[in-house]
Design a binder for this molecule. Structure first.
Ligand SMILES: Cc1cc2nc3c(=O)[nH]c(=O)nc-3n(C[C@H](O)[C@H](O)[C@H](O)COP(=O)(O)OP(=O)(O)OC[C@H]3O[C@@H](n4cnc5c(N)ncnc54)[C@H](O)[C@@H]3O)c2cc1C
Length: 495
């Protein structure tokens, strides 16, 4: 979205904030801004924040970054307190309305849900603007307590000022704490520490029954396990306690290239077992002369003075094409915010507005040699546009919370096609169909999807298949904590 569109959006937001909603008119099925005494109007309780209904504001909450689903809410709550969420959840229950949090992440002039398939959508219901919870409450040497609408970018900036960092977080940081805790959160340190959601030690939530509760692995663990990676199904997260560790001063990044997929996989798993690098990722990219694909490992060594990396020792035992090796040394702060220039370049090139048919899959290690050739047999580099791929290993045992559905093997790979089609690309539907084909193939090989991404046509039965053995836990948690089924319909798990 161009800058003129951003400023227009902000002006409209200001105008929209003027209308005051007094109640839901159950007779006309509309909000009343006139008189609470009109027939059929059920008054909204007094709020610390605002409930907005102007078309401009509703329009801002009707799409997400993926750009495939348009679903307009009837109102947007900009909460001024946790009690506002309680009141609106109870109001929704009493009036058969739905509610969903919208992470409103991004840059300050361009905030939206960074979901792909209407996950935060609440057609005809009430969207909650997570920015109502954007306070960093405290930071100690071991953890931060933050509002769920704080972005990982804001949190990193604040912790780095104190020499601290979240051990595992997403590569792209302009995402909300609550939105990422609800789905998982992959980044380069997942092989060592687990997902971002594994860094959450406690949450404060408003359940779908309107109760304010705290939960952690030791206090109400069943609620905690239903909230973390739980896609907003049982509660609204308002606050989270996030683990921190000492940040290094620098990171030395090694890009290792391979033409042989088997050698690449051997080295990925050797390095993960060996643990010499803190950051470990990878992907595949077309060779510049278009003669085939490179498979790459991105390995990062964290260090602080006076220690100095021993490159020879770090590269010992690896079988990469050494002539293609690239080594770059970065200040850790620069490395943390490494995606910012790329985001700006995508925006400047018109790639940011979408649609974005991104695909995120989880491949069992034993099927890499089957699945990757299957994909590359069909994938043309043009189908990625200005985007790229990720093929990155993780140890499934490091993913500790039950609702993250993962392949049933000790090692799995995140396989992403982060497609950035040029404006007006006529092949978007073909990319979606290809995503679906790749997903079905993977399911037949025992793989899973990451619940983010653009895979069309998921049915409740297929979601049940996705969650597998934890499906009964999800269903029971939904019944217990969201008995009227008001929360987060856009995930489409149940209907
Ligand atoms: C450009 C881009 C880069 C990305 N990079 C990465 C990456 O590096 N690693 C990675 O793992 N993912 C990445 N993602 C995916 C991202 O993690 C998810 O889409 C995430 O859910 C988006 O968070 P959000 O703050 O925009 O939340 P939303 O998209 O608004 O919400 C996601 C879901 O969680 C629910 N939800 C949000 N907040 C709360 C809350 N407080 N309480 C309860 N439910 C809530 C919503 O209703 C919705 O169902 C990226 C996405 C984009 C667009």
């Amino acid at each position: 979205m161009g800058s003129s569109a951003h400023s227009r959006r902000n002006i409209l937001r200001g105008i929209g904030a003027g209308a005051v909603v007094v109640g839901w008119n159950a007779v006309t099925g509309t909000w009343s801004t006139a008189s609470a005494s009109a027939e059929g109007v059920i008054p909204v309780p007094p709020l610390d924040g605002t409930l907005e209904t102007s078309p401009a504001v509703l329009g801002e909450f009707s799409k997400d970054w993926g750009g495939f689903i348009t679903a307009t809410p009837k109102a947007v709550l900009r909460p001024g307190s946790v009690q506002d969420v309680v009141k609106i959840v109870n109001y929704a229950r009493a009036n058969c309305l739905k509610v969903a949090v919208n992470g409103q992440s991004g840059t300050s002039d361009d905030q939206e849900s960074h979901s792909f398939w209407g996950n935060a959508a609440v057609p005809g219901g009430i969207a909650i603007d997570a920015k109502g919870f954007s306070t960093i409450h405290s930071i100690t040497s071991t953890h931060a307590i933050v509002g769920a609408g704080v972005s990982l970018h804001q949190l990193s900036a604040a912790t780095l000022d104190r020499g601290l960092i979240v051990p595992s977080q997403t590569d792209y940081l302009r995402l909300s704490v609550g939105g990422v805790a609800s789905v998982g959160g992959f980044g380069g340190t997942v092989p060592k520490y687990g997902l971002f959601s594994d860094m959450i030690e406690e949450v404060e939530v408003v359940t779908g029954a309107g109760q304010v509760l705290t939960a952690s692995p030791s206090v109400r663990p069943d609620l905690f396990n239903a909230v973390i990676n739980g896609a907003g199904q049982v509660a609204v997260i308002t606050k989270a306690k996030v683990r921190l560790m000492k940040a290094p001063e620098r990171v030395r990044m090694f890009t290792l290239s391979y033409t042989d997929l088997a050698k690449w996989q051997r080295d990925q798993e050797f390095l993960m077992r060996d643990g010499r690098f803190t950051h470990q990722g990878g992907g595949f990219s077309r060779k510049p002369d278009n003669s085939g694909w490179w498979y790459q490992i991105e390995a990062g060594y964290y260090y602080s003075s006076p220690s100095v990396p021993d490159d020879a020792a770090l590269l010992a035992g690896l079988n990469d094409e050494r002539s293609a090796l690239q080594v770059h040394d970065h200040l850790f702060r620069d490395w943390t915010f490494r995606v910012d220039p790329g985001e700006q370049a995508w925006k400047d090139g018109g790639f940011w507005d979408g649609p974005h048919p991104w695909l995120h899959l989880l491949v069992p290690a034993s099927k890499i040699q089957t699945f990757v050739p299957f994909v590359l047999n069909e994938l043309q580099v043009e189908q990625l546009g200005a985007g790229f791929t990720i093929l990155s290993p993780f140890q499934t045992a490091k993913v500790t919370r039950p609702l993250f559905a993962k392949p049933n093997e000790p090692v799995a790979y995140l396989c992403d096609l982060l497609r950035m089609p040029p404006p007006g690309d006529p092949n978007i539907q073909a990319y979606l169909a290809q995503n679906r084909r790749f997903y079905e193939k993977l399911v037949s090989l025992g793989g899973k999807r990451y619940i983010i991404g653009a895979i069309p046509g998921m049915t409740p039965t297929q979601w049940q298949r996705h969650f597998g053995t934890v499906w009964p836990f999800l269903v029971a948690s939904k019944r217990r904590y969201d008995p009227d089924g008001v929360l987060t319909p856009g995930q489409g798990f149940f209907s």
